[in-house]
Design a binder for this molecule. Structure first.
Ligand code: ADP
Ligand code: MG
Length: 355
């Protein structure tokens, strides 16, 4: 397995890129540590597949360098990089049996037949296709075919990394959960370097030790699920992660206080923000709805099972609060903002707070 360094990589699909917006990857500079389980999370079109294909060698970057264990592989082919990649849709040999599909990448590398058999059977068990080993792949359903694709990615143990590009899109929800847990176990057992692309926050947060959040061709934050929740570096992270996402409200700063209309909101410290557009971010979990605090008018209450999401108007802005499933909305509802959950943003980026 390898440590993968993405060194100031930029990529454009255009022949003569000029402005920033001509680049699918504006600039990505990041190290995937050897043996790490990473998720690349971001909305459709933000550059996840582009970055993954640059790592695997399907795509050569316009600028920058890619290193595996310190060695420059930027110009090497996919074969030479020794990477396993699983795509969103099945890539299999229809005319081969399920068994042979899995054996193929191993036989290709002249692995002794006894080892091939052991690895293939192990993998078949993992993807729950042992009973179909001798069927022709073409006769399988779409999600079984995708499981073969997944198996082909997992069958080799000598690869530098395993890359997954939204591999569970066509898999049914229950099997999704099973496969994701198996990938995670596999990671624990063998310490593969894994990069898992998804636009689904639940998938990212359950699979990865570290989540790399992308937005508009850039990495906006790399962190543990807890860090992304507590301290979103960019308002996009706050909004994209969480359900519902973070409330973002325009404010004016006065030392340790944020002013929103007539309301004064106590902050946990003095933000080190320059003058300019400033926003206060607070997750619905930290908006305390009750009989005390600032007046709001409630527009909607959604019961989502374990808790309720309250939508309210606060000083002309929409905000969301979370209350317990047995809690009621008071007749004259008010909110308090728990200072522990407040972050301040200038130009969409989080600013530090001083004492
Ligand atoms: P994601 O995987 O996050 O959905 P992609 O990496 O596929 O995003 O795409 C990033 C940007 O690059 C998008 O704006 C997309 O339209 C563009 N793009 C992707 N592939 C190509 C291509 N082959 N040719 C031209 N533009 C592309
Ligand atoms: Mg993609």
């Amino acid at each position: 397995m390898a440590r993968i360094e993405v060194n100031h990589i930029r990529h454009s699909y255009l022949p003569n890129p000029k402005k920033d917006s001509d680049f699918a990857l504006k600039e990505v500079h990041h190290t995937f540590e050897d043996g790490g389980a990473y998720a690349l999370l971001g909305p459709s079109g933000c550059g996840k597949t582009t970055l993954l294909n640059i790592i695997s060698g399907l795509l050569h970057p316009s600028h920058g360098q890619l290193l595996f264990n310190g060695r420059d592989v930027t110009r090497l082919s996919t074969q030479e990089r020794n990477i396993a990649q699983v795509f969103q849709f099945p890539v299999i040999y229809d005319t081969m049996t399920v068994y042979d599909n899995l054996a193929f990448p191993l036989r290709n590398r002249r692995v002794p037949e006894a080892d091939v058999d052991r690895k293939v059977r192990e993998t078949l068990d993992m993807i729950d296709l042992a009973s179909m080993a001798n069927r022709k792949a073409r006769r399988l359903t779409a999600d079984q075919k995708q499981k073969i694709s997944l198996g082909r990615g997992l069958v080799r143990s000598d690869v530098n990394a395993i890359l997954f590009d939204e591999p569970l899109t066509v898999i049914d929800p229950h099997m999704k959960w099973v496969l994701r847990s198996q990938l995670k176990q596999l990671h624990r057992r063998f310490g593969y370097t894994m990069v898992y692309v998804t636009h689904d926050q639940t998938e990212a947060l359950t699979f990865a030790d570290r989540v790399v959040v992308m937005y508009d061709g850039e990495i906006v934050q790399i962190g543990t699920p807890a860090e992304l929740f507590e301290r979103p570096r960019h308002t996009f992270v706050g909004y994209f992660i969480g359900s519902p996402g973070m409330n973002v409200l325009p404010v004016a700063l006065e030392g340790r206080t944020a002013m929103l209309g007539a309301q004064r909101i106590e902050l946990p410290g003095v933000p080190k923000a320059e003058a300019g557009a400033v926003e206060l971010g607070i997750r619905p979990e930290y908006v305390k709805l009750g009989r005390e605090g600032m007046a709001v008018s409630v527009s909607k209450v959604e019961d989502v099972g374990r808790h309720k999401v309250v939508r309210a108007n606060f000083e002309g802005k929409e905000i969301a609060a979370i209350i317990g499933e047995d809690d009621e909305v008071p007749a004259e509802p008010r909110v308090r903002f728990d200072p522990a959950g407040i972050n301040i943003y200038a130009g969409s980026w989080r600013v530090e707070m001083g004492a």
